[in-house]
Every structure is written in C-alpha cells, then in structure tokens.
Design a protein around this ligand. Structure first.
Ligand code: SF4
Ligand code: SF4
Length: 407
C-alpha cells in the first residue's frame, strides 16, 4: 500500500474514531443531540488478482451515470474502484468521474474500455485511450479493457496486444483486461487466459448463471443451468492470479418487485451481492451507482459474503418471479435458431436496459450498434425461434417488442 493510500485510510479511521468518541460523549450526557446511525461505507478491500491493487468489494459502475456528485458520494463512502468506458453516456460518465476525482487521483483506481475489433489498428486504439484519459483528467488508467468481447478474433488481433504493451511502457495503462457478457463469453475468456492477454477480467456473473444455485432450485423451478462453464473459468482466472470482477450481478435488476418480500431487514440487492461475493474466485463486483441513497443501500452489504437463509429466500423468490422473463444473455442456446441472423441475446440485452433498468438512452445507444437489430422480426411469424429458449423466453414476442421500442 502506498503512503498516500495508508494516509487516506488512516484519515478515515480517525474520522470514524471521532464519530465513536462523539458517541461516547453522548452516552455520558455531555452532548444533547441524538447519536446518528453509522453511515454505510465500504468495509472490505480485496486484492485484485496479483495486480497489487486493493479495491472496494462493492465498486462503482458508471454505465448509466453522468453526475460528479454521485461519484464523489461513493468516494466519500470508501469506494475506491471506478469503472467506466468511452461509450458510457457518450463519454459523459468518464467526464463526471474526472471532475469528481481528479484531486484525489492517487487514492483511487480508474478503469476504462474501448471496443477494439478484429480490424482496429493500434493507432485507433491509442486515440481512443487518449480520449478517455482527457475526459478522466488523468495521465493513466489502472485497467484498460477490451469492451464487451464476444469474438475470439477481437482478442487475437495482434494490434491489441501490441497497443497494450506500448501503452503500458508509456505509463498510460497499468493493467489490461477483457470484459464480456454475451454468448461466447467462456470461449473468449479461455482464449485470453491461454494466451496471457489479461491481468483482470470483468464478467457477467449472478445467481442465475451458476448451476450450483439451480441444482438446489430444480425441484421447485423449471430451470436449467445455462452457463455451466463460467464458474470453471472464474476459478481458472483466480488460480492464475488474474483479477476477477463481476458485473450484472442483479439478474435483470427488477429489484422493486422484491420490496414487499424484504421482511428480514436486508434487500434483494444485498442478497445478490452476498451470493456473488461468496464465490472465493470472485474478487469484487461493480454495480451501476446512480444516486446517493442507492449507493448507501448497496454498501450495507460490503464486508459480508455469507448468504443467509433470508437472502436465499429472496433470491429464490426473484428467480421464481423473473426467471422465465429473464434472458441469461451468455447462454446463447438460441443463437442458431433465427434464419434471418437476428442476434437474439444481444437484442434482449438492449430490451433489458429499456424495460428492467428503464434506461432508454443506454438501450437505444446499444440497439443502434446492432445494425438491423430485430427489425426482421416485425415481418416474421416467429415459428423458427419458437421454443428455442430452454428458459422459456417467448423470443419472438420480446424481439418484436424491442424492435418497436428501439428501432
Ligand atoms: S433467449 Fe434464452 S436461449 Fe437465448 S440467450 Fe436468452 S436465455 Fe439463452
Ligand atoms: S421472430 Fe423470426 S426473425 Fe425474429 S428472431 Fe425469431 S425467427 Fe428470427
């Protein structure tokens, strides 16, 4: 740990000590005001693979955020790892992070991402990185990811390897990684691990993607384990000393549906986080943080990784309620069912942004990147893809709905 970092943690310890001291005076009747509840904050910092970084177990995702005040609130609650990408909010997420954190740069870890395709040149990649650095108001990012990789050729592109080596030498990036959440996720992760192309991976992972959960739930719900290889790859990465960060941990984020069932004092989100963090192969998670009250609710789960009986009840309930309406994008069993080449899992991911996250801007931006998207579905009777989803998703109904909403 650097001296600056230690100083910062000491300072926080001092502030907390000050709060504890004030509480003591209150107990002695020396101060009249009532003692405040201790504020939620990060309670655990974890090593990120063998990078030497120690990051907040619950960290900042910014795909739907462009407000510096929200970023600063997270920092003041102890969050020290801020994930971003050039494409989030058209660069405004990075700008917000830069504005909020440039004066404390040495106390935080910043990441960004670019979509380096199979044919992207290293000059183009460097230009993308430099744009991110300008918006982040920093000379370097701690981790730079190839964003949303779903084709091995994108990682096989030698320009990516050469660009990241050069950027490391120039001090513009410290570590490199791959992020992914779609059908060929496992294949791409295996390739990247085989070839030493990643220091950190950022991967979709939630209680809906691990067979261990559904083996227990099979007797009650009509589910199959759709991504059985993912835990194996996470373990492999962990054993190689590659940092593992989870995202999309809420399985669709229809959290408001669960509020009436949160009777044991914890929330659905806290239960889902504990489930993810209970896997020793996962170092930390990021989650979209969009307002201060939401951050405080999330951080109440920091430092806890034991799934309680109440947590499991909430997760079971959520799965029962949403499972048949939730596309587990990375499974991609339906991929070859469409004769017109609709990328069903990608279309359904954009629908999730629109319907579940209620983020029309993100949904439209990502849908626009899909070319024709789901427009062929509007003139198709849906028979080729009927029954193609083992999870029971009515594909044609959902893809047509997406085309109408976002086309
Ligand atoms: S629609 Fe069904 S089969 Fe296709 S990716 Fe989603 S969950 Fe998997
Ligand atoms: S509705 Fe038709 S065009 Fe759309 S995904 Fe299904 S088979 Fe393909």
């Amino acid at each position: 740990m650097s001296d600056a970092k230690r100083h910062e943690l000491d300072r926080r310890g001092f502030l907390l000590g000050g709060i504890a001291g004030a509480a003591g005076l209150l107990a002695a009747g020396a101060i009249d005001a009532p003692a405040a509840e201790p504020e939620p904050r990060v309670r655990r910092y974890v090593p990120l693979g063998k990078t030497g970084m120690k990051i907040s177990d619950i960290s900042f995702g910014s795909s739907r955020m462009s407000d510096p005040k929200v970023v600063r609130h997270a920092y003041e609650r102890g969050v020290n790892y801020f994930d971003s990408a050039e494409g989030y909010k058209g660069g405004r997420s990075e700008s917000a992070i830069g504005e909020a954190l440039h004066d404390v740069r040495e106390h935080v870890f910043l990441t960004s991402k670019t979509k380096a395709e199979a044919s992207t040149t290293r000059v183009e990649m460097m230009a993308a990185l430099e744009g991110s650095l300008r918006r982040l108001r920093s000379d370097y990012v701690d981790v730079y990811f190839n964003h949303a990789v779903n084709e091995i050729d994108r990682m096989r592109n030698q320009e990516w390897g050469e660009f990241t080596e050069l950027a490391k030498k120039q001090g513009k990036i410290r570590f490199r990684g791959m992020s992914g959440h779609a059908g060929k996720l496992v294949e791409c992760l295996d390739f990247s691990l085989d070839n030493g192309l990643v220091d950190v991976i950022l991967t979709a992972y939630n209680f809906g993607q691990d067979p261990a959960f559904y083996q227990k739930a099979l007797t009650r719900f009509d589910f199959v384990a759709l991504q059985p290889e993912l835990p194996r790859v996470l373990k492999r990465a962990h054993e190689q000393g590659v940092g593992v960060v989870a995202m999309k941990t809420l399985m669709g984020a229809r959290a408001n549906d669960m509020r009436p069932f949160e009777t044991d004092g914890g929330t659905f989100e806290q239960a889902a986080f504990r489930w993810v963090l209970s896997n020793p192969d996962v170092d930390a998670l990021i989650v979209s943080m969009n307002k201060p009250s939401q951050i405080d609710g999330y951080l109440a789960a920091s430092g806890t990784s034991t799934v309680t009986r109440g947590d499991r009840r909430l997760l079971d309930g959520y799965a029962a309620k949403n499972g048949a309406r939730y596309c587990q994008h990375a499974c991609n069993v339906c991929a070859s069912s469409c004769p017109r080449g609709v990328e069903i899992s990608e279309v359904l991911r954009t629908r999730m942004y629109a319907v579940d996250y209620r983020d029309a801007e993100l949904a439209r931006d990502d849908y626009a990147k899909l070319g024709t998207g789901a427009s062929p579905c509007l003139s198709c009777d849906g028979s080729p893809c009927a029954g193609a989803c083992p999870n029971g998703i009515p594909i044609a109904e959902f893809t047509r709905d997406t085309a109408r909403r976002l086309g």
